[in-house]
Design a protein around this ligand. Structure first.
Ligand code: UDP
Length: 251
């Protein structure tokens, strides 16, 4: 069943029992699954299901820069291509990449750059391809999170992972991890990313209606959930190596 049909939004975003429409509490994440090493033809890859979002990320690099005029003699370059499949949303997304996809590609690149040692790779590129198969709110955050995993799976030296999450306000209440309907019908949406090696915020966007005083509360609210997401990332990386070790033992 489609998740968001045109502009048909419910009047209330909370049920009678105080839970959100999908049954969650205010500070509850949607179910998240991550797996690394899912694309055999890429140097590194990862797949994620985050609520109804389904997203692949694949990495190539370090390798020669194409087109070569983009190469930098003193450092490597990171290129990110975020795309939503035409069938990923109800109203058939136009196949050509639009302004939103270019913006999100840039945002994800800004979040990933600080965790890489690009200065060690002159004349080289790292390319990250992100394909959203099914979208239901928060895809820029999910994409950042899964792309960091794909880079780690490629064995690229990194300072740490980066994790991202949207917090926001719906029907006057602060919540974590907005679904598509909450994103569209709520009052505020605040995507946040954190780089773990220095615990700095590498993404902070804002869409909607909010007092500046709310910002600290939003950041506090995001912290606990970001730590949970980080743990799921680490577990998915570990589980690849546990599986490989087990297979090695069986051979
Ligand atoms: N969306 C859509 N059609 C589009 C773009 C987005 O239906 O062309 C939906 C999709 O579910 C997406 C949500 O709107 O996840 C919120 O989009 P937004 O631009 O806020 O980015 P996101 O929350 O995915 O990072």
């Amino acid at each position: 069943m489609p998740l968001i049909i045109n502009d048909e939004y419910p009047e209330k975003l909370f049920r009678e029992d105080g839970k959100r429409l999908d049954g969650r509490d205010l500070n509850e994440l949607r179910p998240i699954k991550m797996e690394v090493g899912v694309i055999k033809n890429a140097d590194g890859s990862a797949y994620m299901e985050w609520g109804n979002n389904k997203i692949f990320a694949a990495v190539y690099g370090p390798r020669d820069v194409h087109p070569h005029h983009l190469a930098k003699p003193d450092r490597g370059i990171l290129r990110v291509f975020y795309r939503m499949a035409t069938f990923s949303v109800f109203d058939r997304k136009r196949p050509a990449p639009g302004r939103r996809e270019k913006e999100i590609s840039m945002i994800v690149a800004d979040c990933l750059e600080p965790i890489l040692f690009l200065e060690l790779y002159p004349d080289t590129s790292f390319e990250v391809f992100i394909d959203v198969m099914d979208a239901d709110g928060g895809t820029r955050c999910a994409s950042t999170t899964v792309a960091a995993l794909a880079l780690a799976d490629a064995g690229i030296p990194m300072k740490s992972l980066v994790s991202a999450l949207a917090v926001g306000k719906i029907d006057g209440k602060k919540v974590v991890d907005l679904s598509g309907i909450e994103d569209k019908a709520g009052e505020a949406d605040l995507p946040i990313a954190i780089t773990w090696y220095n615990e700095e915020i590498s993404l902070l966007q804002f869409d909607g209606d909010m007092d500046l005083d709310d910002l600290t509360e939003f950041l506090d609210l995001a912290k606990e959930s970001l730590a949970k997401i980080h743990q799921i990332q680490l577990d998915s990386l570990k589980s690849k190596y546990v599986t490989l070790k087990r297979e090695e033992g069986e051979n």
